[in-house]
Design a protein around this ligand. Structure first.
Ligand SMILES: Nc1ncnc2c1ncn2[C@@H]1O[C@H](COP(=O)(O)OP(=O)(O)OP(=O)(O)O)[C@@H](O)[C@H]1O
Length: 641
């Protein structure tokens, strides 16, 4: 007995919590709609109320018209009847309500579209605002969060309006159902109850249909994302060449069709499973309405009611049936909206993904003691083994350090920790002796310039592609163009700008009819972007991978000057590039395996020396072909082939 009561109490508490949660989510969604478009939202609510009030009003007016006409039959009295004020008044009122109904419908739809469009724009704005607050990468790489983002973009964005519109309609329909029952009481007090009993199963089935379909759609989000991904591979520019050259079109099409068919088949199975019992319930409700109409006809025929009453009872019963049917749909839609609201909540109210210090320090300027990795351990979520495991390294200010190591040894991961795109699982990354987590992240990032291996090709102007490295101070720089040109010059992109029809103002990329660049040309602009930043730490991940040997050689010649006064971290497999650095660090198994100058590592005859010799031979061949020379590179004869 006591246990039963405890479980009942628990149920009540959990129900209360759910209700409180749903209320909070509802407030969030409607609040967004309100902030997006308050006036139009009020307009929608008023119009919906007016529309809902019209149906019972029209039925009452119809009864009055018919009764007034019936009072004047036979036909000889009709002319007199038409001149009567009440009849004319009823007809005019009836016509007015019909006209108003016709008028309100498009008006109401337009208002809803207006709120809908504004709401989608507003929620997207909020989404971008929220995304800008997330400073790390982990959240963007989490597939569960990606599902939430998909739901917000597709289903949840309009939820505030949907809740408002469907909720208001449902309430008004319930009120109008009650209003419709009033005249039926006159027919017999039992009639509304019998009708309600016969219509309830239909209401329940409609509700069940909507909620079950809503949950299914929610669960199918990962499949929907897979479909979108496959579609993008097939019709997007990224996969266009591969798909054609490897003949992948039919293959992907089949995979897409299969995945699509299996999702749709699941939905259809469910639809049919829910529709058949719904039809049975609808049949029961229709039979009840028919019964009421038959009973009303018998009453009128036996002199216990007017012809107008017959119209009223018949119309009312039919209106009850159609109202119940759409009430089920409207109420059922609400849990479907609620199913997607937690995603909206999780996305818009996601806490900061990287812990923020309550009292953050400004980034040091200048950096005095440098950057220290102190026994750092880091692994990506979902992977058992760590990528970095007990890594320790000191990057001194003003020093350039190259990271080398086999694929997957953690070079890029290390620089991402340095840029605080992730936090270590154990150990610390220190800047001037303080944990990176103690600094104001925005301020810290101002001191970091970066060129990633998979740099972004912005389909904007060439000037934007460079200037995005320095958006913090575009207005302060009066000499912005010369600043961008100087960055381009340092990255070896000056010739490229000369060749572009509008120089810095040339639109790039094919999506908007701009000029397409080669991989190396894009990389030069990305390098210029990194150089455009007035920062103290420069991170260059494979900066010369796509550059021709000549350009790489030029950069090599000026590297010390380009990184002067900055701490530079260089990740590269090209030993010609690696040699530019003051110091070289070899990573293996998540730790520092070798550390020293080029000469020291060559003398140590370790893995670095072996890899360098293998590559130097090939590089020298390339350089001779492009007009450079081994002498320029200062490669001692002992290091050559
Ligand atoms: N975002 C990520 N999520 C999960 N695992 C990742 C992620 N990025 C990298 N990894 C894994 O971490 C390991 C180290 O990757 P990282 O990119 O740091 O290596 P790298 O030394 O820079 O390699 P490369 O020389 O090929 O550029 C790899 O095994 C990779 O699969």
């Amino acid at each position: 007995m006591g246990a039963d009561r405890t479980s009942e109490d628990e149920k009540t508490v959990s129900l209360r919590r759910r209700l409180a949660d749903d209320l909070r989510l509802g407030r969030l969604a409607v609040g967004l709609a309100w902030r997006a478009s308050p006036k139009a939202l009020v307009g929608v609510a008023v119009l919906l109320c007016a529309q809902a009030a019209l149906t019972p009003l029209q039925l009452v007016l119809a009864r009055e018209v018919v009764n007034a006409v019936a009072r004047h039959t036979p036909a000889a009295h009709l002319a007199a009847a038409q001149s009567e004020v009440p009849l004319v008044g009823w007809i005019a009122a009836m016509a007015a309500t019909l006209g108003l109904g016709t008028l309100l419908e498009p008006f109401s739809r337009t208002c809803q579209s207006l709120v809908g469009d504004r709401l989608v724009g507003f929620v997207t704005g909020e989404l971008v605002r929220a995304a800008n607050r997330w400073q790390g990468l982990a959240r963007f790489e989490d597939p569960t969060f990606a599902d939430d983002l998909e739901r917000v973009s597709n289903q949840a964005a309009r939820s505030g309006l949907d809740l408002m519109a469907y909720g208001t309609r449902a309430v008004l329909m319930a009120v109008s159902l009650m209003a419709l029952c009033v005249p039926l009481i006159r027919l017999s007090p039992l009639v509304p109850f019998l009708l309600a009993a016969a219509c309830l199963p239909l209401l329940a089935r409609q509700f069940d249909f909507q909620t079950t379909m809503g949950s299914k759609l929610y669960l199918l989000t990962p499949q929907a994302r897979t479909l979108t991904y496959s579609r993008d591979v097939m019709v997007g520019t990224d996969g266009a060449a591969d798909v054609r050259l490897f003949g992948l079109g039919a293959f992907f099409r089949r995979r897409y069709d299969d995945a699509f068919a299996s999702s749709v088949a699941e939905l259809n199975r469910l639809r049919w499973r829910l529709t058949l019992p719904m039809c049975a319930s609808a049949g029961l409700a229709a039979a009840a309405v028919g019964g009421v109409f038959g009973y009303a006809t018998w009453q009128v025929a036996t002199g216990r009611g007017s012809v107008g009453d017959l119209v009223l009872y018949g119309g009312t019963s039919a209106a009850v049936l159609s109202t119940v049917a759409s009430l089920g749909f409207h109420i059922g839609f609400l849990p479907m909206v609620f199913a997607f609201l937690p995603s909206l909540d999780r996305v818009l109210n996601a806490p900061p993904d990287l812990p923020e210090s309550p009292d953050p320090l400004p980034a040091p300027r200048p950096i005095r003691t440098g950057i220290v990795f102190e026994d750092v351990r880091f692994g990506y979520p979902g992977r058992d083994e760590p990528v970095l495991d007990g890594l320790s390294l000191h990057l001194r200010p003003g020093e350039s350090c190259a990271l080398v190591g086999p694929n997957g040894s953690g070079k890029t991961t290390l620089v991402k920790l340095l840029l605080r795109l992730y936090d270590p699982i154990a150990g610390r990354v220190l800047l001037d002796g303080r944990d990176l987590r103690d600094y104001d992240l925005t301020d810290l990032r101002r001191e970091l310039g970066v060129l990633f291996q998979d740099f972004v090709r912005y389909e904007f102007t060439a000037g934007d592609n460079i200037g995005f490295g320095d958006v913090a101070s575009p207005d302060r720089r009066e000499d912005r163009r010369s600043h961008l040109l100087a960055a381009a010059e340092r990255a070896g992109a000056a010739d490229l700008l000369d060749r572009l029809p509008d120089g810095l103002d040339t639109q790039l990329g094919l999506s908007f009819g701009g000029r397409e660049l080669s991989g190396g040309e894009w990389q030069k602009l990305a390098l210029a972007r990194a150089f455009a930043r007035d920062c103290q730490v420069l991170v260059l991940d494979e900066p010369t991978a796509s550059l021709d040997t000549r350009t790489e050689y030029d950069i090599f010649q000026r590297f010390a000057q380009l990184t002067k006064g900055r701490t530079a971290v260089l990740v590269s497999h090209r030993f010609s590039t690696v040699r530019m650095a003051d110091r070289i660090v070899v990573l293996r198994a998540g730790r520092v395996a070798e550390d020293g100058t080029h000469e020291e590592l060559m003398a140590a005859e370790g893995e670095y020396a072996r890899m360098y010799r293998t590559q130097a031979a090939q590089y020298l061949d390339d350089l001779e072909d492009s007009g450079g020379g081994a002498a320029d590179l200062d490669i001692p004869s002992g290091e050559r082939r």
